[in-house]
Design a protein around this ligand. Sequence first.
Ligand code: GAP
Length: 510
Amino acid sequence: MDFKKLVSHCKEYGFIFQSSEIYDGLSAAYDYGPLGSELKNNIKQYWWKSMVQMHKNIVGIDASIFMHPKTWKASGHVDAFNDPLIDNKDSKKRYRADQLIEGYAEKIEAKILKDVVKAQKRFGDDFDEAQFRSTNNRIIERQAKIDHAINTMNKLLGDGDMEGLKNLIDELEIACPDSGSRNWTEVRQFNLMFSTQLGNIAGEEGKLYLRPETAQGIFVNFLNVQKSTRQKIPFGIAQIGKAFRNEIVARQFIFRMREFEQMEMQFFVRPGEEMKWYDYWKQTRLDWHKALGTPAENLRFHDHDNLAHYANAAVDIEFKFPFGFRELEGIHSRTDFDLSSHQELSGKKLQYFDPELNKNYVPYVVETSIGCDRMFLAQVGQSLQEETVPDASGNDSTRTVMKLHPALSPVKAAILPLVKNKEELVKAATDVFDKVKPHVLCQYDEKDAIGRRYRRQDAIGTPYSITIDFETLENNTVTIRDRDTLEQRRIGIDEIAKEVSDKTNINSLF
Ligand code: GAP
């Protein structure tokens, strides 16, 4: 579905609102509405259960957002958590230098794709794209421009060469997307951490950061958790919580926000065994996505070209968002970087005594890290569809339907009296609602014709609609309508709770 339509659908049905909308909104901050918070909770529950409940060697914590400022020195965030920033002097707009260069490359790639599509039409079934790309002179020239821009940029980023980045932007004649001007400032490093001040300490001493990742709350608690739970290596610590980044360019709705939520798990392993666990978690996390019915062609691995300061291997699970393949989750082999740095700066030992090896060591860490909001966008993006279905009189009609996995759907069952002006039907429907509500989240709706009410439930992804009609009054049965197949069948009132719970339970995903 068109991305703009998706955003307005999320607002219209109470999934996501712009933060502080009555004051014209705050950019890159969003509020989850009644249905959005249900969907988000279901995503979190799926993740938490799959990590903590399904692994006897993974436990969960909930660390505070504020941490001792030395944490961020040790983790490298004070010195190295930067993006290269550049301002356009005419438009006063601020950009990430690397994103400007990537935008330049994307434009050329779009031209290549146009030629590929044209050639495909011309040659039909005989068309060989790889051969065309490697022999067509115009494409070869354009690809060389892309490779030059991206390879040079990666080298300059790796070297931290800001002057070189500015020269590259000038050389490629990149203009401000807003004003078309090429009047740029120098490129400078911009630290992405938000800072604030402790109430009772003045100056630098009292400077606090809002955590830019949840992971550090796990690292500093490594020994507390290991000792209190008597876990043996290998074991993991999981956490879900807010993280904050002062993104220079925050856009694409909830894809890149300044306040967002992460679901992270740090898996502590013996040094030297990290690559085995890295491969294990790569596959396990991909399977987690696929279990929701996400088609394999919408997911892919992308190895990092530039490794972060703490990693010896890193891969993204990318998802095909409405604006193309982008990072959804990261799996990083973080070595012993974090624990060793905290050990050094705090002066406290963060080691594990391995009884089998009979020695102490600082464990290595493999981390899985996924943004809850990005997962939300991925799920809504892939499940929100417009399709043609027969209406009550058998004619074609278009419906908007959110084909979420039933375990993620915000509302599991709609309880609908066939008409609202028959007291006995309303009473019977209210009784059904009261009977089913302790088991699954239901929505009672009596407004409008039944067909319109079905469409409303389709639009929010409700997998089952239960209709209470005149036959219900005679034999205590109702119709149950399946969102995806549109099939309707009769079941007894006493069967509803079990039937809907069984089919919408998160356990069905394991
Ligand atoms: N602890 C490792 C870490 O934080 P990351 O790749 O920077 O790694 C992990 O972030 C995940 O957090 C990303 O894959 C993405 O899903 C999510 N994420 C990162 N920045 C985000 C932002 N500004 N808005 C929304 N989600 C974000």
